[in-house]
Design a protein around this ligand. Structure first.
Ligand code: HMG
Ligand code: MG
Length: 299
């Protein structure tokens, strides 16, 4: 069976804009997030408190986050890699945070400048301090399916990393297909293995990049398995500057179109969302790759 309701975790302002070549003005980011919230998205990942030299695109987090204070009833999680990032986020009153681990050694080095073990050790005090402060903590796990340097990632390696993140105190996990190589059978296999290892399905979200056009099929496979949290990015923006061959996330509009067709409630106003992505495409100077955005903007 399929769930009756899905929570969309919108990542466009973070995963999308972190990958832009040019600098997107803070005003445009603030308007983007306001419009996403107005379109009915209940979780909008706003930015990252990472090293500004590593991700200059999000170096304006301190000036962006306070501009979102008038948004009500919408969660605005932020990424933090370490204690320094958590302190920066907490200084602005952020109460939902996400750490981001890697299932593979190569990506841990490229993205976090550390081994998997060292990065887990870096996250431990961050999660503890965030939980202590009453925050909700999401744990991303990248390269859950394939890694551009290491190839296919063994399921037991992913399961072990997920258990580690949950043991640390993460409230929810997001299974990242960073480079979009997953296929539906692999998704089912990983979810079954996680079940078997005692990981509760309600704690799982899925995070598919659409590099190979598989993101929707993979999402459907996850929904059939009982997953109800799905990450997506408005207009299909996105990628990861530290993973070669990573392109945009599953487009939120493509996801909403499929869910509407399945009679699954998301609370999202698709027309308002398409208008937002069309506006953002104008700001970025290139069309959205989302098939649904293209189809509905030409109606
Ligand atoms: P490092 O160079 O190893 O850091 O970077 P360090 O701990 O050695 O510190 C060096 C200096 O950086 C120190 O300053 C720190 O204070 C400063 P100094 O004392 O030399 O003057 N520093 C910071 N400054 C501001 N904010 C901070 C911070 N931390 C240290 N938070 C680090 C390690 C983790 C910081 C770095 O590698 C980093 O920022 N990485 C972020 C990479 C990133 O954001 N990647 C994209 C997000 S992940 C993703 O997109 C995947 C996902 O979408 C899921 C999927 O698709 O799979 C989530
Ligand atoms: Mg991503």
């Amino acid at each position: 069976g399929l769930p009756s309701r899905v929570r969309i975790h919108e990542v466009g302002p973070r995963d999308g804009l972190q990958n832009e070549k040019g600098q997107v003005p803070t005003d445009v980011k603030a308007e983007f997030i306001h419009r996403l919230a107005a379109a009915g998205l209940t979780t909008v990942e706003a930015t990252s408190f990472v090293h500004p030299k590593w991700v200059p695109q999000l170096a304006d987090a301190e000036s962006l986050y306070p501009r979102l204070s008038d948004i009500e009833g919408v969660h605005l999680p932020v990424l933090v890699p370490n204690t320094r990032g958590l302190e920066r986020a907490q200084a602005l009153g952020a109460t939902r945070i996400a750490i981001f681990a890697s299932a593979t050694e190569t990506f841990a080095q490229r993205n976090l400048n550390r081994s998997v073990a060292e990065s887990m050790a870096m996250f431990e005090p961050v999660v503890a301090a965030a939980k202590e402060a009453g925050s909700h903590v999401r744990g991303y796990l990248s390269m859950c399916f394939g890694d551009p340097w290491e190839g296919a990632v063994p399921v037991p390696q992913v399961v072990a990393a997920c258990r580690r993140l949950l043991a640390m105190g993460c409230d929810e996990l997001s299974l990242g297909d960073t480079i979009g190589v997953a296929t539906a059978g692999h998704v089912q296999e990983l979810l079954a293995a996680l079940n078997e290892a005692g990981v509760p399905t309600p704690a799982l979200g899925v995070h598919f990049h659409d590099t190979y056009g598989q993101a929707l099929a993979n999402t459907l496979a996850a929904l059939q398995h009982g997953v109800t949290t799905v990450d997506a990015s408005a207009g299909g923006l996105g990628g990861c500057p530290f993973a070669k061959s990573a392109t945009g996330n599953l487009a939120t509009e493509d996801l909403v179109w499929m869910l509407q067709g399945l009679g699954i409630d998301t609370g999202v106003d698709l027309d308002a969302l398409v208008a937002t992505s069309a506006w953002m495409a104008g700001e970025l100077g290139r069309p959205s790759p989302s098939r649904t955005v293209i189809a509905l903007s030409h109606k």
